[in-house]
Design a protein around this ligand. Structure first.
Ligand SMILES: O=C(O)C1=C[C@@H](OP(=O)(O)O)[C@@H](O)[C@H](O)C1
Ligand SMILES: C=C(OP(=O)(O)O)C(=O)O
Length: 445
């Protein structure tokens, strides 16, 4: 899906207290995985709470193009009838993943284990993102890149392996996308595929593979790492998946509630997998009032209700080893840090440079353009919080949903309004962001 229409700017201005109870949409990582594993399973998979954002809808279309039956049966309710491990058929047209790194990279892994070829493509942002990190291990497993851009950039044609090989692979950076691509290809290989990560990344693929019947285990490796072993050629069976609310989306109303005086917001069913909650840990260290209750779990994924009340925040140092558990949340953390008193240092953010945009530069530009003192030092971001933000700037979105949402959150409490140049990309991960924030009291116009 591409955004060829006119840009859609929006202005956010300071509001009264934000109040109310909301459920942000389903988790994006889990939604992609439920569709892909459903397509690789035998029988029917029923998904409730699926994120119906553009990124996930593109994955649904690609599963259909590869031969699975994918149907929407109600609001956020989907049914997938899969083709079985290694059962994908050659798609008739290119697979278009739009803005989505996760959809594209995980499906590359799944296709790499099938004796078919497929063209992978996406929008200008995705075409600029590195794919070699995925293609390297997949080539070791027997897949081949038949044609593609420089450095493995999209569009590219991937030919899956006729006889995929199991490998032992140490990921060069903490990345759940690399890990998941190798595991999904490993499903089709005989024997044991092992992925070693020196810093643990989100483990939704492992948890969901187990839920679908795979023989997979995970053990500690070193201080912060994991060793994941998967037995190849399982028969995956269709399953029921309840998708919890996305903590990476919850991050926006959470930070808005913290910075707008007098706010009191409740968020239901937020996923609390510890490999995703680095932001909440950090905000609490900054003095945030975030209360958790009604903890429960489904298919191995914990969730809880969060009550967030406006809080006086102070600057903190965020250690680099926390980065994988909050990798998509640094933009909105930088907004919280701008409203805090004191300096916040966020360390080890090199991976932010290869997301939908160069998020390190884009975050610094967003803050600077709104009167906040900020510095990039190597891979670190240093924000000087002064307890308030002047605002008054226009923020360039760079085809990046999280920049747009972070800037709008900043405007909720800044002295002058904050404008974003284009809100269209918010639809990739949080289609109802604008009406949901307005329902809490945000002033967007
Ligand atoms: O596996 C996933 O669902 C994701 C992994 C992360 O990317 P990396 O694997 O590149 O760190 C994250 O930034 C992305 O939004 C979702
Ligand atoms: C990085 C992100 O997603 P993806 O890699 O799937 O494009 C994100 O949602 O912030």
């Amino acid at each position: 899906m591409t955004h060829s229409d006119q840009p859609r700017p929006l202005q956010s201005r300071a509001s009264g207290p934000l109040t109310g109870k909301v459920r942000v949409p389903g988790d994006k990582s889990i939604s992609h995985r439920a569709l892909i594993l459903g397509a690789l399973a035998v029988g029917e998979t029923k998904i409730s709470g699926l994120l119906e954002g553009e990124d996930v809808l593109n994955t649904a279309k690609s599963m259909q193009a590869l031969g699975a039956r994918v149907e929407r049966t109600g609001d956020f309710a989907w049914k997938v009838n899969g083709v079985g491990v290694a059962g994908f058929a050659t798609p008739k047209t290119p697979l278009d993943f739009g803005n989505s790194g996760t959809g594209c990279r995980l499906v590359m892994g799944a296709v790499a284990g099938c004796p078919i070829s497929a063209v992978f493509d996406g929008d200008a942002s995705l075409r600029s993102r590195p794919m070699r990190r995925i293609l390297d291990p997949l080539e070791k497993m027997g897949a081949k890149v038949i044609s593609g851009g420089e450095g493995g950039r999209l569009p590219l044609t991937l030919q899956g392996a006729r006889d995929p090989l199991p490998i032992t692979y140490t990921t060069p950076v903490a990345s759940a996308q690399i890990k998941s691509a190798v595991l999904l290809a490993g499903l089709a290989a005989p024997g044991i595929t092992t992925v070693i990560e020196t810093e643990a990344s989100r483990d939704h693929t492992e948890l969901m593979l187990k839920h679908f019947g795979a023989d997979i285990s995970s053990a500690r490796e070193g201080v912060h790492g994991r060793r994941i072993t998967l037995k190849g050629q399982p028969e995956l069976h269709g399953a029921t998946v309840v998708v919890p609310a996305d903590p990476s989306s919850a991050a926006f109303p959470v930070v808005a509630a913290l910075i707008v005086e007098g706010s009191d917001v409740v968020l239901s069913d937020v996923m609390t997998n510890p490999l995703r909650t680095g932001l909440f840990t950090t905000l609490r260290e900054m003095g945030a009032s975030i209360e958790e209750s009604e903890a429960r779990g489904d298919a191995g994924e914990p969730m809880a209700k969060l009550r967030v009340r406006a809080s006086k925040l102070r600057g903190v140092a965020v250690p680099p080893e926390r980065a994988p558990s909050m990798i998509d949340e640094y933009l909105v953390l930088a907004v919280a840090a701008s409203f805090a008193e004191g300096t916040t240092i966020m360390r080890g953010l090199h991976e932010l440079r290869v997301k939908e945009s160069d998020r390190l530069e884009a975050t610094a530009a967003m803050l600077r353009g709104n009167g906040v003192k900020v510095e990039i030092s190597g891979d670190d971001l240093i924000v000087e919080g002064r307890g308030h933000v002047p605002g008054g700037g226009t923020v360039a979105t760079h085809m990046d949903h999280r920049i747009a949402m972070s800037a709008l959150v900043m405007g909720c409490a800044s002295d002058q309004p904050v404008t974003v140049d284009d809100t269209a990309f918010i639809a990739t991960s949080f289609p109802d962001f604008i009406p949901m924030m307005r329902s809490l009291g945000a002033e967007f116009s």
